[in-house]
Design a protein around this ligand. Structure first.
Ligand SMILES: Cc1cc2nc3c(=O)[nH]c(=O)nc-3n(C[C@H](O)[C@H](O)[C@H](O)COP(=O)(O)OP(=O)(O)OC[C@H]3O[C@@H](n4cnc5c(N)ncnc54)[C@H](O)[C@@H]3O)c2cc1C
Length: 354
């Protein structure tokens, strides 16, 4: 079995992993970034919306931007209840992820594509490479950025316990849209649907509690929504493609153990109400990479506690509030009209004390 060594090993080349690898390499660490996909960013499992300030934080230009959106419209039980200014961007998520991975490589990280982590013991990872060969990698620090069902997280006993399924169609818009739109109704228990514009097309999707085993239940809800929007003349034709994925909806938790730390979806940093996680993946990834390099180069994994503290200061309160609102949303089936203002980020009541 081939054996590799490095200062910082990053598992997963999504936004969290690539940002971690770039920062750690910039800080002078020898970095390996392993990604099980053969091509970064594909297939896309995302509605592809980012808040405008993320462009500067990501630091890889704007080549992935498709269109700007002026704000967000909220629909409840079929009626428009709010329109908010919220400048954001619709992106080609594959190009975004690829630009971040390229930036990590340019900073000096070595990217191993088609390489799937299979087990982690301490800071020793075993993986299978693109040709099916076994690989062992020993690192001073390991960053788990391997998504909602993280193997690295499992190895340190810090796992996502509540992931919501999400399904999405690519659709054709009947006319261009300047806003993102979100839909709440009693069918969408514990979640919501979205219509996010990308030029002449849009991502129409939803994430919610499963009405039964498997995905067919939520695909049926998406099909019904598609038919309704088409009947209203908002979208046209048939779905152009479909995707599914998982969205962690977690309370804040400890994501550092020994020489291992987690970032992005692996750490459960996705917003439990909106399901958005790209911003947190970039910000958390950057922090994780800096602390990983610091600890690796000092030979002191005790320093990694600084990552947990800095992240909790930055995002802990937001995550805790969103998690509490999710509990309220999930415990109020059929009472959406009563709880929506406390459970959706667009309303002032969401930010009030419990
Ligand atoms: C349908 C859907 C729509 C969404 N829409 C939005 C949106 O519009 N805006 C937003 O902000 N967020 C959105 N999200 C959430 C967002 O996609 C995630 O929060 C974000 O991708 C987290 O980035 P990450 O780097 O932590 O994880 P990921 O992007 O999941 O990256 C993890 C990487 O790890 C790799 N990997 C996994 N296991 C292994 C292994 N064993 N070995 C090696 N590599 C491995 C994966 O292949 C992947 O490349 C959406 C999610 C879903 C499911």
């Amino acid at each position: 079995m081939e054996t590799l060594r490095c200062d910082v090993l990053v598992v997963g080349a999504g936004p969290a992993g690539s940002c971690a690898a770039r920062e750690a390499a910039k800080a002078g660490a020898e970095v390996l970034l392993v990604e099980r996909r053969r091509q970064v960013g594909l297939p896309v499992q995302c509605a592809e919306y980012i808040p405008a300030p993320l462009v500067g934080e990501a630091g890889v230009g704007r080549g992935y931007v498709v269109q700007e959106v002026a704000g967000m419209r909220t629909w409840l039980q079929g009626g428009l209840i709010q329109e908010l200014p919220a400048p954001g961007l619709m992106i080609n998520r594959d190009r975004f992820d690829q630009a971040l991975a390229e930036a990590a490589s340019q900073a000096g990280a070595r990217l191993l594509l088609g390489t799937a982590a299979t087990a982690l013991s301490g800071q020793r990872l075993t993986a299978t490479d693109a040709d099916g060969r076994q690989l062992a990698i020993t690192a001073r620090v390991v960053v788990g950025a391997d998504g909602p069902h993280s193997r690295v997280g499992r190895a340190i006993g810090s796992v996502n316990r509540h992931c919501l399924p999400a399904v999405q169609f690519r659709v054709r818009l009947a006319k261009p849209l300047t806003h993102t739109e979100v839909f709440f109704d009693d069918r969408l228990h514990g979640g919501y649907a979205w219509l996010f514009p990308k030029g002449e097309q849009a991502n129409l999707g939803l994430g919610m509690l499963r009405p039964g085993p498997g995905l067919p239940g939520i695909v049926a809800v998406l099909r019904a929504l598609f038919a309704e929007l088409r009947a209203k003349g908002r979208i046209a034709g048939e779905p152009l493609g479909s995707r599914a994925g998982w969205i962690p909806a977690e309370a804040p938790r400890r994501v550092v153990a020994g020489g291992v730390l987690l970032a992005g979806d692996a750490a459960g940093h996705t917003h439990p109400i909106t399901g958005a996680g790209i911003f947190q993946a970039v910000m958390g990834g950057k922090l994780a990479g800096r602390w990983a390099a610091r600890a690796a180069l000092a030979g002191d994994t005790g320093l990694l506690g600084g990552y947990q503290e800095e992240w909790d200061d930055f995002y802990g309160e937001t995550l805790a509030r969103a998690h509490a609102r999710r509990q309220l949303l999930e415990s109020s089936p059929g009472r959406l009209d009563a709880v929506i203002r406390r459970c959706w980020v667009g309303f002032r009541e969401y930010y009030a004390e419990a």
